[in-house]
Every structure is written in C-alpha cells, then in structure tokens.
Design a protein around this ligand. Sequence first.
Ligand code: HEM
Length: 426
Amino acid sequence: LYGADFTADPHAVYERLRAHGPAAPVELAPGVPAMLVISYATALEVLKNPSLFARDSRRWRDRNEGRIPKDSPILPMMDYRPNALFSDGKEHARLRRVITDSLEKWDRHELRRAVERAAGSLMDRFTATGKADLIRDYARPLPLMVLNTMFGCPPELGLRIVTGMSGIFDGAGEEANAQLTEALIELVRIKRANPGEDVTSWMLGHNEHLNDEELINQLVTVLGAGTEPQQNLIASTVLLLLDEAATSERGMDLPVKDAIATVLWNSPPIANYAAHYPTKEVAIDDVTFTEGTPTLISFAAANDDPMLERQHSELNNSHLAFGAGPHACPAQEQAQLIAEVAIEALLKRLPDIQLAVPEPQLTWRPGPIHRALTSLPVEFAPVKPRKTVSNILSTDKSTQMTNRDQAKSKASKRSRWSSFLTWWRK
Ligand code: HEM
C-alpha cells in the first residue's frame, strides 16, 4: 500500500485484493505486514467487536518480537500513545469523554463564524490574482485557522502542529513526531498558565483530570484528525464539484452537501486506518486473523464493496468514512459543517472557478492511510478583496484616526495572520 501504483490508483489495488475474500494480507511499508479488511460487513464486525479486536498496539506481535524496521515511516501512525485512539474499555471511555464533552461545548454558530472568517481572510489573499493552489492557499490553512480558534492556539504554534502532523501522514517518521510533540507541550503550558474559553482549556479543566502527558496525547489525536482529513475532504469535494461543472451540461448543480457525501463514500480522506489487534485467533468468513497481527480497515474499499449493492445516487450517511463502533469520529458533524461552509464560501465568491490543469495531471500524496491531493491549481476571473474592516484599516487613514483602539487590535491580529500566511507559503 505504499508504492506509486497504489497512490496512482488505489481502487485498482482494492479490486485485486478482493480475490482474497473479505480481508487480504498487505504490506503497509517495507517490511510491515498487516491484514486489510475490504468488506463492509467484516469491517463492521471488527470495528464493533472490541473484545476480539483491541486497539492497543502494544499487542502488535511483529513489533514486540523485533521484526519491524525501527525507522519505518508507518510507526508514528501505529505505535502506542496513551490516547483515545489506542485505548480500550474503561480507559478509552474516560479519555473519549474528555474529548466529546469539550468539543460539545463549542457552539455550532461560533464554528460557522470561525470558518467564514478564515475563508474570507484566506480568499482576500488570492482572489485579485485570478489563480490559486487551493491546497496551499485554502484547504490546508483553513482547518488549521479554525482549530486554532477552537483550541485557543496561537497561529505560529498551530503551523508547527500541522507541519508535524502532515509529516507523520506523509511518512516523515520520528522527526515529524518530535516536532508535533514539542509544539503541543508548549500549547498545554500556555493554557495551564492562561486558561480561556476554548477546547484545550475545557479539556484541561475536565473533571476526569488528565495530566499534561495524557492531555498532549489526546491533543495529538484531536488536532491531527481535525486538520489532515479535513483539508482532504475540502479539496476532494472541490475537485468533484469542478469536475461536475466542467463535464455536466447543467454546470455546477450538485449541492455542496451531496458532493461532500459523495466524497465520503467514494474517496474517504482516511482511506485505510483503524488498526486493531486480534486478542486471539479469530476466523470470519474463511479468513483467519492471527493474534497480534495489525488488522486495518479499508474505509475506501469497504464503502465500495460490491456486496453493498448501493446505488451511486444513494447519499445517506451509512458510509464508513468516519469509522464506526466505539472509536467512530466524535466530530463528524463539525467536520461536515467546516467543509460545507468553507466550500460554499469559495463558490459564492468565485462562481466561475475552474481547474487550471487537465484533471489527469493532478497528483496524490503517497502513503497507505490518506487520500490527499498534492495540489489543486484553479483559475477564475480576478475579484477585488472585500472591503472588510481589517482590509480598510490597512489603507484608510481617517478610519485609523477615529477608531484608534479598534484599529490597533485589528491591525495587530491582521499582521500576525499576514506573517503566518507569508511564512506558510514559503
Ligand atoms: C473530514 C474530517 C474527518 C474525517 C474524515 C475523520 C475521520 C475519522 C475516522 C475514520 C476516525 C476513526 C479512526 C479509527 O477508528 O481508528 C476518527 C476518529 C477520531 N476523530 Fe475524526 N475525522 C475528521 C475530522 C475530525 C475533527 C474535525 C476532529 C476534532 C476536532 C476529529 C477527532 C477525532 C478523534 C478524537 C477520533 C478518535 C476517537 C476515538 O478513538 O474514540 N475528527 N475520525
């Protein structure tokens, strides 16, 4: 699952694997064997059966017996961390409660406003040029800006977090892992000293009383899950919409919500993950899962299972893009809201947006876990940036004089974001 062939056409690989039955032996990285569940029904059996399929990767037999290369790029995504994703039973319930309770406290209307603000200020930086790379200029920084607001995280620190997380998804290994951990230690230090009305502070103050290490490990899951797949959901959905507009006689008439649902079914941002470890030998439909062998779920292949007999027009939410069972994504509603608001804002401001290169020239990032475009070049008729308070403040001297205090704070916020975004684009 790590070669160029897989990256170029993962569905062709899944089709070949179906010859093995509901699950197939794969290699996640050189010298890292695993089982990959490709049937929808078997995926549910594994995901919903924690007593037979545990998540604690300290049960990984090949790793424990020294057969996995120590520098394997897959390890940061697989090695045990004391967080919700790798925990089972009561400990999982405790850690997950801290996450769900704190995420729930963040108001949906505030979330929409945070997305609109981020979308607006990002677009102001490229609409006048008539072209953009929507990954670099929009889909990648937007979730980060939104999560920075939700988690009360200073922008520079947010950048370090997402760079570390992207490195882990791309297989950059230990270096990326260290970068991420260092940035999170700093975030926790800042919030312990100055708690605010944000998700990090609510997690810190939760009555399950997580210590700093526990908290950092939960943040790795939440911020990692909230940035990489979020960026890929936005980008893949925009690509689908642009493709529809270019090929359909009726132009872009697919509602954004339906386009998101289609991507979650056909090209889930997390394609293969949810590593489970059989607690004993388990046989399901002629496939034997041996104790301690990583058993991953192919959300992409399971959604496309021919046994499902699903119509391609069927847009319900029974796909597996957000997982299922006790570890199902606790932020599904928020993730879809962020994607929908971000894409609606883009299409509203740039109604004539189109791909700047033929679709077959687009490339995808390597790696077994995500389905992620490398870049998404687009073009459109140039549009002047909006007349927002912060944009006006930078040009209109009389406003600056009459609203000096407001100007000071807005201008300082703006310059922080400007320098962050300039740095981002280097
Ligand atoms: C498009 C965006 C997203 C996608 C496709 C996605 C997908 C998933 C999937 C497939 C899982 C299950 C993984 C497994 O079973 O190993 C998961 C778990 C999780 N997701 Fe999301 N997610 C998204 C956005 C978010 C966001 C925005 C957050 C938080 C702000 C979040 C937080 C989490 C957490 C904490 C877990 C682990 C839950 C547990 O182990 O109990 N996700 N996500």
